[in-house]
Ligand binder design. Structure first.
Ligand SMILES: NC(=O)c1ccc[n+]([C@@H]2O[C@H](COP(=O)([O-])OP(=O)(O)OC[C@H]3O[C@@H](n4cnc5c(N)ncnc54)[C@H](OP(=O)(O)O)[C@@H]3O)[C@@H](O)[C@H]2O)c1
Length: 327
């Protein structure tokens, strides 16, 4: 058994994790195998996925539909990886509301299958979950929800992700489940995440409505990917909250994004319309506050977990660092 599989390697988060896992792998390369242990990135659409690695990308892209029962275990048995990062999901709230059965298959079934295989074979599993497992109640502390707080989702997405977490930890007690917050950053021109779509809309002359009463602890996508790759090389188990250091509203996040992309503060403010959750139909229930307290991750990980402005300055300035030691 060798190498790393990124399930869901073709989405918003996955390609960043694949590039960073490959960089990490290369550090263990030899003359005979310069790229080090293989990194496979799996999804249905690898040809449409941006490559964030070197021009001669060494990630091995695998085109596979994981929805049919048994598909995940068959793939893992074929590749026999030492490490598995599960980013595969039905990750859109509205899509999950429309098709709860498919949401359950991808967010619970696929996760459970990956965990069964990793548990049986002794492979390291890091499973990605979400802050939206919370939301039916206010955070019990100003810093946000901690790992020991009980999930209380308000949407099909949150409910299936919470059930996915439980399925993973039941099938593989050595797995780590990482809950991530709202992600923003580079999606390779695909308009994914909290910033690319916003910048494109403003570019088209639109005036997006952003909530002043929706609180999150957003994280830049390469920082999320870096932390996940670091976790792959560690042996922690259970739950871990990995989030940005600032609790902020969607509207405040939008302002920071536009300012860091070059607009003066007054112009950025004029580009956005302040809005409240109750005023807009968004295709699914939206919790007011799912802030995550990431104090435990900050103590354990070397990867940075910055506030949005600092993170965007690092990302846009290309201040790349190698993933933390130990991965
Ligand atoms: N984005 C956020 O703000 C955010 C916040 C918190 C947590 N998360 C979590 O982070 C993880 C990644 O999210 P993301 O934003 O990267 O989601 P995404 O862009 O929707 O990517 C989902 C991934 O799952 C794959 N997938 C879906 N159905 C599949 C199928 N039938 N067969 C094979 N692959 C399939 C997709 O591949 P194809 O489309 O190529 O099939 C894609 O690679 C998810 O677990 C999500 O819950 C995301």
């Amino acid at each position: 058994m060798d190498g790393t599989v990124i399930l869901g390697g073709t989405g918003f988060l996955g390609p960043h994790a694949a590039a960073l896992a490959l960089a990490r792998s290369r550090a263990a390369g030899s003359f005979a195998r310069p790229l080090g242990p293989p990194v496979w990135a799996v999804g249905r659409n690898p040809d449409d996925t941006p490559r964030y690695g070197t021009p001669r990308d060494g990630v091995e892209w695998v085109q596979r539909d994981l929805e049919p029962e048994g598909a995940v275990e068959a793939l893992l048995e074929e590749l026999r990886p030492k490490r598995v990062l599960n980013c595969a999901a039905m990750a859109r709230v509205a899509a999950c509301e429309q098709d709860p059965e498919r949401a359950a298959r991808l967010n619970v079934g696929v996760a459970g299958e990956a965990a069964r295989w990793c548990g049986a074979r002794g492979a390291r599993l890091v499973h990605v979950s979400t802050d939206l497992v919370f939301g039916a109640t206010e955070p019990p502390r100003p810093a946000g929800f901690r790992e020991e707080d009980p999930p209380a989702p308000v949407s099909v997405y949150g409910d299936t992700k919470a059930r996915g977490e439980a399925a993973v930890l039941e099938a593989c007690s050595a797995a780590l489940v990482v809950r991530l917050p709202l992600l923003f950053g580079d999606s390779g021109g695909r308009g994914l995440g909290a910033s690319d779509g916003l910048v494109a809309a403003v570019d088209r002359g639109e005036r997006p409505r952003l909530f002043v009463d929706e609180w999150r602890t957003p994280l830049e996508v390469t920082q999320a990917a870096r932390a996940l790759v670091e976790c792959l090389g560690r042996s922690d188990t259970g739950l871990l909250h990995v989030a940005g250091s600032a609790r902020t509203t969607r509207h405040a996040l939008g302002l920071v994004i536009l300012e860091e992309y070059g607009l003066p503060p007054d112009e950025a403010r004029a580009c956005l319309e302040e809005s409240r959750q109750a005023e807009v139909a968004t295709g699914g229930p939206r919790p007011p506050d799912t802030s995550l307290d990431a104090a435990r991750a900050r103590r354990r990980l070397k990867s940075p977990l910055d506030d949005p402005r600092t993170a965007l300055r690092r990302a846009l300035g290309g201040m790349a660092e190698a993933p933390g030691e130990g991965a």
